[in-house]
Design a protein around this ligand. Sequence first.
Ligand code: MG
Length: 305
Amino acid sequence: MNRRPECYEIHDQRFAGLVQGNAHLRQLATGFEWTEGPVWFPAQQVMLFSDIPANRMMRLTMDGNCTTFRQPSQYSNGNTRDPQGRLVSCHHGTRAVTRTEHDGTITVLADSHDGKRLNSPNDVVVKSDGAVYFTDPTYGILSDYEGYKADPEQDAHNVFRIDPKDGAIASVISDFTQPNGLAFSPDERLLYVAESGSSHDPEVPSIIRVFDVQGDGSVTGGDTFCTIDNGLPDGFRVDTDGRIWCSAADGVHCFAPDGTLLGKILVPEVVSNLCFGGARGNRLLITATTSVYSVPVNARSAENR
Ligand code: MG
């Protein structure tokens, strides 16, 4: 293993072609409580992210200009963009998933299942057919730190799917300890879901699991795709070639489509999530504890459609 200047660990020579050896990790903004939920809006050249315990969402431009986008944010966590370019967000406070319409009004997409409140939606992704998939661990109701302490009503910590036609909410995965980040492969035949249960139980493996997406939107399988060897997997993104760029305690870990660890980008704070963005879509925008960092890579998001 060779360490490049400053912030790169090359575990597989393929990674050398994915990073710019002379490019530095840059801190774009800092001073937050816990950053999460990065999402890039190409048309506006703006990144939004959550500062969860501060109960606010921030708006950041690539010159480092950072302003409040929404406060209170109902303790927003994960965010994504749907195929129509609308913001879709998870909220611990209202235990809901919402969509912000183009006119600024907010539509609740899900806040209960089987007549019982959701736990605390954590992260979300929208398939090209409009189906919304989101994870529902209990982090936001464990205490009053990043939501409101409450007993879970759901029997499981599910991954849910919201049907694009009728809005019906169905559990598609129910055997996670704490499901967290999730993303589709470029062809949307695979769904990857992070298991972050080791946050409270060291017996739970820090893994990303892979599922086969069926024609009706349900999923099967669930084998281990990769293991995070430092900390746990929270949010992650998939690039156009099917590689996974995942959060970890020591930075961002990049995995080949076969699960091989290619390399790491070391970040001085614990990473929670990341997205691709910037003028040409080839910058990793990284939410890490109190800060947001940026670094150019030779990869682009599979979802920046
Ligand atoms: Mg998360």
